[in-house]
Structure formats: C-alpha cells, structure tokens
Design a protein around this ligand. Structure first.
Ligand code: SF4
Ligand code: SF4
Length: 479
C-alpha cells in the first residue's frame, strides 16, 4: 500500500522521465487543422464543489487510484506541443476542469513561463481559464490581471436559480462564494465572461437571468450552454441523484448513451424559449454592448463563418487533454472509445490529424438526419452537437437532436433581426443599428397585444420598452 506522503515524490520522478515526442514531419500530418481549440484539464474532472448536473465529476472513475494532477513533465509537453502544432499566429491556451484552481496558482505561473519559453516569434497567446470562482482571491486575480487571462465564471443566475444545482459537497448553495470571487475579479479589473448553464430550474427565466448578468454582474460576455444529461432506463434513477461519489453506491461513469434525460436537463422547447426570451431583450437594448456567444455565432453563420463547433457543419478541432496526457476527441467525449492517444507517446498534432479524429469531425455532417438535411435553418444550425443527437426525427429516424424543437424556434424567430444585422454589416454599418429598426417596429405594435417573445403575455408587460409602449398606447387610443 502506498503512503499518502510518498506519492508526489514517486509521481514527480516518474513524470520527469516521461518523453515528449518531437514535431512530426509536416508531410505526415497534412490533415491537421492550422489551429484548434484544446481544452486542458490539469486536475482532470475533480472539483471542490458538487454541482448536481455535472457529469464530468463521474469521469474520475476513468482514472482510479490517481491523484488527478498534471505533472510538470506533462505540462511542458502540452505547452510545447500546442505551440508547435499551430500554424496560425494566434494560440489559445484554455484551462478547464473539473476545477483548475485545484492546481494552485504556482502551477499556472509555471505554465505562463513555459509559454514564454516555447512561443515562436510572432505567436500571440491568449490564456483562458474556466472556474467556479469559489477560491478566487487577491493572489489569483492579481495573477490573472498580470497575464491578461480571460476568466470564465460559472453562474446560473440569481441566488435561487444558481443554488438549485450548484452546491457544495454538503449540499449548500454556492452563490455567496461565487459572488465573492466575482467581486475579486472586478476589483482587479480581470476580463471575465459568464458561463451559464440552461437547466430545468432556470429554463423559464431567460430574461431575468440575462438581466442579472448584465445589470448586477456587469458582464459583457455571456455564454449559455444547455444541460442535457443522458441516461438509460437502467441508469436514470441513479443519474437523477447526481454524479458525485456516494459512499454506499457504485459511482456511474457518464457516457454519451441512452435516450432518456435526467430531471435536471433542459427541455428542448424550453431551451429555445429561454434563448428567445434573452434575444428579445438583447436586440432592443444591448447589441454591440453585450456579447452573447450564440447570437454572435448565429450572425457569423449568415456569412458562412462558423465560430462555434456546435453549429458548424463539421467539428473535431476541440480536443480535450486529461491530466496525464491522454487526449480525447472532445471534452464531451472523455470516455475510452474516444481516446486518441497520449501526448507522451504521440505528438498532439498527429493525434489531432489522425483519421479517427478527422472522422469524428466529419461524422457530424455525414450523420445528419433527413429532417436536418432539408431543414430551412440547417445552414446556421447544422444539426447541433452530436452528443445531443439521441432523439428521433419526424420520420422516426434515430440520431436526431434532442434540442431540435428549441433550436428551430430560436433560429427561425431570430431570422428577421439577424438578416437585418447581416445587411447592415455587409453595407459597412454597425449591426447595433438593428435596435432602431426594432424600436420602429415596436412603435407599430399594440401594447396590449401578445409579446413578440411568444410568452403569451401582453407586449407592454413583457419585452415592450417604455418608449415603444408609450407611443403604441397613444396610437391605440388615437385609433
Ligand atoms: S462533439 Fe459537440 S462539443 Fe464536441 S467538438 Fe463536436 S460539436 Fe463541439
Ligand atoms: S433545427 Fe432541428 S432539424 Fe433543423 S438543422 Fe437544427 S436540429 Fe436539424
């Protein structure tokens, strides 16, 4: 039996011996993309809190009897290979978890130093860091500021919505802890964005959640991601309990299997309504001022540019690196059958260019259902993420996106405003001018008619702005 105190020494000695293969001959990796967006998980999937929907927690089971901490040898192999692999000057070094702060700030100081050691002249490196914010203090935030990290903070909305699922190991809400971390980020002037999951608890509160981020947190970058936790009839009951270790139960390893979902998962239609609820507020007040990832991505798709794998025709350029150097096809597919190899055995560029990974990427396009292929919003939706394709299409074809109803609603609902923004942009004008167009349309509306968001509420009491309501009420009275 190993003694706890002996393990770091043994691990460190072993780590120093681990090889890091040289950059392969370019002729042997012609299928490699010129850039890719790798997510590194230096502490694996371990975390210091216990969010109920976080199936990543279960991935610890992939590496039993392991400390789940990236060694210095793997850190250097990762940084060196990542920089060598990029043929475009911009490189993103993205830290993810689990919870990367578990590594301690010194680990990331070493990472920054290694970037400087291996960066080629002209390479521009952006560090990003996704965190639950629980331990952010002066040290962390001064470090982020000094090296211009872009920090993603996980928040699910105001207190009661956030605390529904984002809890400590004792089951207590983490809202106050996260807000303390957010205060530190603000105090130090660290660039941050908010990453919000859309789940069963907050799905009916899009505008409220959005306004909380905008008005209370002063967030200028916001990302929404749907919680879709798959399960089979055999695993549903235990999955509904959450993914953390339970002393008496065997922990499940989450894999992308099953066509049922947990009771924390967002509904397909509800996801679309949440996005529309946010969009209707954003398009009236905040275009050009607040960046909502999916809105930006959708506008780009009108020009045939795809900035987000989920709605791109193909994917495969977002691998995930585990703490021990194992590289997987994607952060959502950290499971044995999608392991590409280990960067101590094969260079990262070879793994990213491998036939298995290229097939993973084009399968996204080649496995679209017939319903997707003929869909009017396919050029901007592209069937969504393969991990969510476990429903059946209108014709009963398997492999259709569980979120389809909501995606279709969002993409069709936003089309007029998106086209208007695209026309403005193509004409050399600011997309933000769309707000004037929306205001003009609003002035023609009946303030007591149904709101444009489809909530069923009167426009005046939903997304109607005060100006528009005043004008349209006068028009109604005048008539
Ligand atoms: S599987 Fe989904 S999240 Fe992963 S790279 Fe493909 S589209 Fe992106
Ligand atoms: S909206 Fe639905 S049918 Fe259309 S491309 Fe997206 S997933 Fe496919």
């Amino acid at each position: 039996m190993s003694r706890p105190g002996a393990r770091p020494v043994a691990t460190a000695r072993h780590a120093m011996d681990r090889p890091s293969p040289p950059l392969p001959d370019p002729a042997s990796v012609t299928a490699a993309p010129p850039r890719f967006h790798l997510l590194a998980k230096p502490s694996g999937s371990t975390c210091n809190i216990d969010c109920k929907y976080c199936f990543f927690l279960s991935k610890e089971a992939l590496y039993p009897d392991d400390r789940h901490r990236m060694s210095d040898a793997t850190l250097e192999a990762y940084i060196r290979q990542l920089l060598e692999s990029h043929r475009l000057p911009e490189v993103i070094v993205a830290w993810q978890g689990g919870e990367p702060t578990l590594m301690g700030v010194e680990f990331f100081r070493r990472a920054v130093a290694l970037v400087e050691k291996h960066r080629r002249p002209g390479q521009v490196v952006q560090h990003t860091f996704q965190t639950n914010g629980i331990v952010l203090d002066d040290d962390w935030c001064a470090f982020f500021k000094e090296h211009d990290f872009l920090v993603g903070l996980s928040v699910d909305g105001p207190r009661e919505l956030h605390d529904a699922y984002r809890v400590t190991r004792n089951g207590k809400g983490t809202f106050d802890l996260v807000m303390a971390g957010w205060s530190q980020l603000r105090r130090h002037g660290v660039r941050f964005n908010v990453l919000c999951t859309v789940n069963a608890a907050n799905q009916a509160h899009g505008r409220r959640v959005y306004r909380f981020f905008r008005d209370e947190l002063h967030a200028e970058w916001i990302q929404f991601i749907p919680i879709v936790e798959r399960a089979t009839p055999e695993t549903l009951e235990i999955a509904n309990l959450g993914w953390s270790e339970r002393p008496k139960d065997k922990r499940l390893l989450y894999t992308q299997t099953g066509s049922l979902v947990t009771n924390r998962s967002v509904g397909g239609a509800q996801y679309g309504q949440f996005l529309v609820d946010v969009f209707e507020d954003w398009v009236r007040h905040d275009v050009g001022r607040v960046y909502v990832q999916l809105f930006d991505v959708t506008l780009e798709a009108y020009f045939g540019r795809y900035k987000l794998c989920i709605h791109a025709p193909t994917c495969g350029n977002g691998p995930a690196l585990e703490h021990n150097g194992d590289l997987y096809a994607c952060d959502h597919y950290v499971e044995p059958r999608y392991r590409l190899g280990n960067i101590h055995e094969r260079h990262m560029l070879e793994l990213v260019a491998s036939p298995a990974q290229r097939k993973f990427g084009v399968d996204k396009r080649d496995t679209l259902t017939a319903q997707c292929q003929r869909c009017e919003v396919r050029p901007v939706c592209n069937g969504g993420c393969p991990k969510d394709r476990f429903a059946t299409s209108q014709e009963g074809e398997p492999g259709h996106n569980y979120l389809c109803e909501g995606l279709f609603h969002f993409f069709t609902h936003t089309r007029p405003a998106m086209r208007h923004m695209a026309d403005l942009f193509a004409g050399g004008r600011a997309p933000a001018e769309v707000m004037e167009w929306v205001a003009a349309e609003d002035r023609k509306r009946d303030a007591y008619g149904p709101c444009t968001c489809g909530s069923g509420r009167k426009f005046r009491f939903c997304h109607g702005t005060q100006d528009a309501v005043a004008t349209s009420s006068a028009a109604t009275l005048g008539a």
